[in-house]
Write a protein that binds this ligand. Structure first.
Ligand code: ATP
Ligand code: MG
Ligand code: MG
Length: 348
């Protein structure tokens, strides 16, 4: 296909559109916000809500393939699009990762390790889950969580009632607290033909639940980096996946545990823009367009720093060294991702 549709016009959609434009491909974005970051750089913008079936059909009618930059797309919207064009990555990848319970069940089912977990739908189930998993632990809503929102830590069993109330008694999973040494992620890609290419694992540091920096290479032994990449490959193959995936991992004394995966380009893969010949956005565009994947080799070491809220303004000077990426958001609200900076240095 030569025209790509993107559901969601945030910064991820914007950077996908910029990568597609460089490859001579047209992008039409679907987003209810007339000032969506991606809308500024796309050939077309269907500006409507995700419940507007006529608009979704119009959108699907002018593109050859549809991808997305966020996971919480309503089922009816997906049905309307899929009646006309393929969605990549497909519905199964989306459904599996949208719900933390199906995600963890899937990961265990393909032989990967996750934190101990238990489903929680009632106060009684929570009590049983706390008895089995113990504390410290984390109660997370099954759906709609991001940037650490929709989760509460339990320091002792006495915290359970308040946590359940705070999450509005929504369906949850209780997760055992993992005493990880560090957090890493693998950005992987799989093409239509089943070809796989993964970027080197990055090491992630969060602040207030939001990704702060990604550093590449991660300070882990070579063998563990290989394990991480192979593990991402197993997820990609098991889902018969097409596109880029972000797999978040905990490094523990006993090896790797999978935290979660995102069926899209990922914030912890932004370093690839300045440290690789082909970045995660181009790789995703290549995959969904049915092109051969590019070479994901890294030519530099890199540190990616997110510019959050008003902090973004401090970076105009530092950005003169290169690697400054701003998303074109007018208003710098606290906690809002405004841009990022990639500092690269020669590969050691
Ligand atoms: P994202 O913005 O990456 O989608 P999210 O809101 O889906 O984040 P998680 O990735 O589940 O949330 O958790 C956010 C962070 O909280 C993790 O990166 C990790 O630092 C910490 N965390 C989550 N689960 C656990 C756990 N079981 N044990 C220890 N720390 C955890
Ligand atoms: Mg998440
Ligand atoms: Mg996460």
């Amino acid at each position: 296909g030569s025209t790509i549709g993107i559901l969601g016009g945030g910064q991820l959609g914007r950077m996908l559109a910029l990568a597609a434009a460089r490859l001579g491909l047209k992008v039409v974005v679907f987003d209810p916000d007339p000032n969506a970051p991606a809308a500024q750089v796309c050939a077309g913008h269907e500006c409507a809500g995700y419940d507007d079936i006529a608009a979704l059909e119009r959108f699907a009618g002018v593109v050859d393939v549809v991808t997305y930059e966020f996971e919480n797309i309503p089922t009816d919207a997906l049905d309307a699009v899929e009646a006309h064009v393929p969605i990549r990555p497909d519905r199964r990848a989306l459904a599996t990762s949208q719900d933390r319970l199906s995600e963890k069940t899937f990961l265990e089912g393909i032989g990967l390790r996750v934190a101990p977990f238990a489903p929680v739908e009632t106060a009684a189930e929570l009590a049983g889950a706390v008895a089995r998993i113990g504390t410290p632990s984390i109660l997370k809503t099954r759906r709609f969580g991001y940037d650490g929102k929709g989760q509460v830590r339990l320091r002792s069993p006495g915290d359970a009632a308040a946590a359940w109330a705070e999450l509005n008694e929504e369906p949850c999973v209780l997760e055992g607290f993992v005493r990880f040494e560090r957090e890493i992620s693998v950005i992987g890609a799989r093409g239509v033909s089943g070809q796989i290419a993964c970027f080197d694992p990055g090491e992630n540091v969060h602040r207030d639940g939001i990704l702060h920096t990604t550093t590449v290479p991660a300070s882990i032994p070579h063998g563990l980096a290989t394990d991480a990449v192979l593990l991402a490959g197993r997820i990609l193959n098991a889902l018969d996946y097409v596109g880029v995936i972000g797999v978040e991992l905990f490094v523990t004394a006993e090896g790797l545990l999978v935290n979660e995966f995102a069926p899209r380009v990922h914030n912890s893969g932004h370093w690839t823009q300045d440290a690789c010949a082909i970045d995660q956005f181009e790789q995703h565009v290549r995959a969904v367009a049915g092109w051969p994947l590019g070479d994901g080799q890294r030519h530099s070491d890199a540190v990616m720093t997110n510019l959050i809220g008003a902090d973004a303004h401090d970076w105009l000077e530092a950005g003169r060294a290169g690697g400054l990426h701003l998303y074109g958001k007018a208003e710098a609200r606290p906690g809002r991702k405004m841009g990022h900076v990639n500092r690269i240095s020669p590969r050691r």
